[in-house]
Every structure is written in C-alpha cells, then in structure tokens.
Design a binder for this molecule. Sequence first.
Ligand code: CMP
Length: 143
Amino acid sequence: MQRTLVIFKPDCVQRRLVGQILQRFEAKGLRIAALKMIQVSKELGEQHYAEHKERPFFPGLIRFITGGPVVVAVIAGPEAVAVVRGMMGKTSGIEAAPGTIRGDFSVSKQNNLIHGSDSPESAAREIALWFQPEEILDYDLAG
Ligand code: CMP
C-alpha cells in the first residue's frame, strides 16, 4: 500500500469537477485516506512548489494555487503514485491523452485541475506538508 498527495486545484473546485474526478480514483480501486478543503496560503503554496521557484511561471502558479479554495487528499493503494499520475495524464492539458483527467477536462498548462506527487519521496514530503499524521486514516474496506 502506497500513499500519494492529490490536490484538486482552484480551477477544479470552480468548475465543480471535484466529485467527478474523485470518483475516478474510487472507481479505480484506490482509497481516500484523508480529505479536506482549504484556502492555500502563499507560504504553503511556495513550500509545495519550491522546486519550481526559478521557473518563469512560478509567480503565476502561486497566484493560481492561492486564488481560491482547493480540496486536498491523501489517496492510497498499490503503486498509488504511478497509478494516479497515469490517470492524470501529462502536465499540459493540451498534450494529455484523451481518457486521462487532464486530457478529458483541460486545455491548459497551468490550469490542469489536479496535482499528484511525482515520486514516493515527493509524496512523503508533500503529505507531511499538507496533513497532520492524525488526519490520515487507515481503515478496513472489506465487505
Ligand atoms: P503540477 O503537476 O501541480 O506541478 C507544477 C505545476 O506548474 C503544474 O502542475 C502546472 O499547474 C504548472 N505548470 C507547469 N508548467 C507550466 C507552464 N509551462 N506554464 C504555466 N504553468 C505551468
């Protein structure tokens, strides 16, 4: 069982797509281990996207991610990092394949609806940034 961080970005909330996209993860067989809606602070946005600090799109990205509430989740399951990334599709909605979340719902490089951790190491860092340990639940789905 692996965990990954998923952010339903402000464009996803504004377009009322959160439920539909979360449903894809549940239907796939992944599980919700944590879920909350928050307004992202500039500080949290900058910490989350620290690796992009020198990129020209960084200031716009911070304005975007702090521009409205997000829903943030810990999604768990076998190879959850790779499974979620495959379901999301390429970063740019223009390049993302039909059938993927971004391929089906986005034509933007920035407003690409969701974020998913890119490696198990990133997932561990990002989950610790967004959630307290007691907010993440392990439970039995049998039956
Ligand atoms: P995400 O997977 O959250 O990781 C970094 C984010 O930066 C990415 O999704 C996009 O929202 C944004 N991004 C990446 N490349 C570009 C770009 N060329 N122009 C604008 N935003 C970008």
